[in-house]
Design a protein around this ligand. Structure first.
Ligand code: PLP
Length: 382
């Protein structure tokens, strides 16, 4: 048997990692400006994180949700404090797709409606409802097309004026669109969505799977606007690599026992990992670091020749070039030993480093990036 071919591979085999750095089996050292797809929040193998998981592993690694798991209460309490959503309920699961699947399902339990509004260029995961609400027909099978989903353009109020009505079950929107190449809903747009959902009884779901956990300079990206969603979904940075995800559910949502379930969700190890992540975000003030280093990077990136546009907030940055970025990403890896992320917009590179990244490491990235672009521009002009 061979592993299933998930994504196109770089021929690199990481064998160890620490903070923002990864080593391959030949001993080469790489700067991680991708964070394994926005997952590494507090840095690879953070000592506090390793210690907390090890301690938990020695006590009890797993039991199902049929018993009281004290660590879930500690996690919910800490997450409430960090996020400002202390009166919401926390349902724990294992992945971003699963979180969105459950959020959409819960919305339909709540208002007994079916129609879902999502946005052009959205990405919400690969399970049935989540992929149906993802605006990419190439990853939807026929069975996913049975759902009642409408895609509206982002930041165009006139489009949703009629589309969101008393038949609408839920509106699902990313705090900042990630996979598409970093596109933010405007403050005004989010506020109007909130108002329209209030008027019609539609549930407003903020998918903060990629944009949450301090990445943008606030705990959640939507907190730049001051709106409060009905459900918030979280994953990626939550576990720093340990599979854990969740739903923050507002008190007025009718969520009762039996509507949602899970075998692995909220297990001891997942809770230990997620608690350790919140501890480190707090003690190392990583949300502030995201903002500071992010602003610095965004300012510098805008001055580099070959860059068309820089989008995003904090350490969730999309750099759009005037040309296809595939070769640039490959040169960054193989010539400068820097990992970056791709986007569905082929001209865009995504920067999603660990939130611990320093200004000196940002400078190291900027130097490698500017040199790569310069070489690329010279070779095409010859
Ligand atoms: N939602 C958003 C905004 C994402 O970026 C992703 C993954 O990239 C998902 C959901 C799906 O998460 P997972 O791959 O953990 O299922």
């Amino acid at each position: 048997m061979k592993p299933f071919d998930v994504y196109p591979l770089f021929d690199i085999e990481p064998v160890k990692a620490h903070d923002c750095w990864i080593w391959d089996k030949e001993g080469r050292k790489y700067l991680d400006f991708y964070g394994g797809h926005a997952v590494i929040s507090i840095g690879h193998t953070h000592p506090h994180y390793v210690k907390k998981i090890e301690e938990q592993l020695e006590k009890i690694a797993f039991y199902s949700n049929s018993v009281k798991i004290r660590q879930q209460e500690e996690l919910a309490k800490k997450l409430g404090e960090h996020s400002g959503y202390d009166n919401y309920a926390l349902f724990l699961c294992n992945s971003g797709a699963e979180a969105n699947e459950n959020a959409l399902k819960l919305s339909s339990f709540h208002n007994e409606r079916k129609k879902i509004i999502a946005f052009e260029k959205s990405f919400h995961g690969r399970t049935s409802l989540a992929v149906a609400a993802t605006n990419d027909a190439s990853i939807q099978a026929e069975v996913n097309k049975l759902h009642d989903i409408i895609f509206l353009p982002l930041n165009e109020e006139s489009a949703f004026e009629k589309a969101i009505n008393k038949d609408t079950c839920a509106v699902i929107i990313e705090g900042i669109q990630g996979v598409a190449g970093i596109h933010s809903p405007s403050d005004e747009f989010l506020k109007l969505l909130r108002k329209k959902c209030d008027e019609t009884g539609a549930v407003l779901i903020l998918d903060e799977v990629q944009s949450g956990y301090g990445r943008t300079g606030k705990f959640f990206a939507h907190q730049f606007t001051g709106i409060r969603p009905d459900i918030i979904t979280i994953a990626k940075g939550m576990g720093n690599g340990f599979p854990v995800a969740g739903l923050l559910i507002a008190p007025h949502i009718k969520a009762k026992h039996g509507m949602l379930g899970t075998t692995f969700g909220g297990g001891y190890l997942a809770c230990a990992a997620a608690i350790a992540v919140l501890d480190v975000i707090k003690t190392q003030q990583l949300t502030t670091n995201s903002q500071l280093v992010g602003d610095y990077l965004i300012g510098k990136l805008k001055t580099i020749e070959g860059v068309k546009e820089v989008r995003g907030k904090g350490l969730m940055i999309g750099v759009e070039l005037h040309f296809n970025a595939t070769q640039v990403r490959s040169d960054l890896v193989f010539k400068h030993q820097i990992f970056t992320g791709s986007a569905s917009n082929k001209n865009t590179i995504r920067l999603l480093p660990p939130l611990t990244i320093t200004k000196a490491e940002a400078d190291q990235f900027l130097q490698g990036f500017a040199l790569t672009l310069q070489t690329h521009l010279q070779s095409v002009s010859q």
